[in-house]
Design a protein around this ligand. Structure first.
Ligand code: NAP
Length: 292
């Protein structure tokens, strides 16, 4: 298929590379020039990338960035063709997705929201999990592209429901990680190190994918970003905004969001969200270590 891929960050670049590797005709664009993808053509603007493409796939930071790519100067909207499909794998506000889709529909453009879970490792390995909102037939037509980048797609309902599901997922990831980080901090203070605690966690009902993924990085004290803290903070704010719109009270999430706010103010925004552990350590006056 002819695909324009817009946004070559931690996630977008390997996703586009996997599309090219699978034999699709890929044109890439990134706001800051200089990023390229092997086997893909590089365009100078979203409009140029989108011209003649069957599918425009977006993976940029936030709601404003998606709006910019679609409707800003030299945006996708300047090269729309009836029958084109726009797919958004960024994590943004579901209400904004609905508005973008409504704006493009009169021109015959189909809109699918397909945010991902799986982080950098899964983006590189082509094993992402997509949660997808949109018309069933349109989603079916995208199957070869989903297959090149991921291992599973979950259909969440109409356009914008993928983004709704993504906020609900990240709410849980942040809160599970916070529980893990608080447990490790108190454990360290009480004299039980992380490496001793982990086999117990993994043998019990506390076991989780979040713990499994993050523990090796914590033991190495490697906080280079797989999923940058600033982006998780953005997602928690989006979840709280959605909760406010829906008049839902989420007191646990409000507390966790404050921790991200302090961590971001502390200059940790570009580290992995696992670095929120270091705030707890600072407050407790302890450092979580492996047994060695
Ligand atoms: P990233 O590495 O920070 O990359 C962000 C991308 O967005 C870059 O290509 C950046 O361009 C572009 N961008 C930012 N603002 C823009 C604007 N105003 N106009 C056009 N382009 C703009 O982020 P990422 O980790 O790839 O994440 C991308 C999306 O996937 C986010 O919504 C994130 O929440 C979501 N996500 C990430 C992960 C993860 O583990 N990393 C997992 C699931 C979902 P420049 O190069 O010019 O800055």
């Amino acid at each position: 298929m002819k695909v324009a891929f817009l946004g070559l960050g931690i996630m977008g670049r390997p996703m586009a590379a996997n599309l090219a590797k699978a034999g699709h005709e890929v044109t890439v664009w990134n706001r800051t020039p200089g990023k390229e993808v092997e086997g893909a053509r590089t365009a100078a603007s979203p409009a140029e990338a989108a011209k003649g493409s069957e599918v425009v796939w977006i993976c940029v930071s936030d709601t404003k960035a998606v709006e910019n790519v679609l409707f800003g100067a030299q945006g996708v909207a300047e090269s729309l063709a009836s029958g084109m499909t726009v797919v958004d794998s960024s994590t943004i506000a579901p209400s904004a997705t609905q508005k973008f889709a409504d704006r493009l529909r009169p021109q015959g453009v189909r809109y699918v929201d397909a945010p991902v879970t799986g982080s950098k490792v899964a983006a590189e390995g082509g094993t992402l999990i997509f949660m997808v909102g949109g018309d069933e037939a349109v989603i079916d037509s995208l199957k070869p592209l989903f297959a090149a980048m991921g291992k599973k797609i979950f259909r969440m309902g109409e356009t914008s429901k993928g983004h709704a599901a993504k906020l609900v997922m990240n709410l849980q990831i942040a809160m599970i990680y916070e529980g893990f980080a608080e447990a490790l901090t108190l454990g360290a203070k009480l004299g039980v190190d992380a490496e001793t605690l982990l086999p117990l966690i993994n043998a019990s009902m506390v076991k989780s994918g979040v713990v499994e993924y993050k523990a090796p990085f914590i033991l190495k004290r490697d906080f280079t970003p797989n999923f940058p803290l600033r982006l998780m903070y953005k997602d928690l704010r989006l979840a709280l905004e959605a909760a406010k719109e829906m008049r839902v009270k989420l007191p646990g999430l409000e507390t966790v969001e404050e921790i991200y706010e302090i961590a971001a103010e502390d200059g940790q925004g570009d580290l992995d969200y696992a670095a929120t552990l270091t705030l707890l350590e600072k407050w407790a006056g302890v450092e979580v270590k492996g047994a060695a």
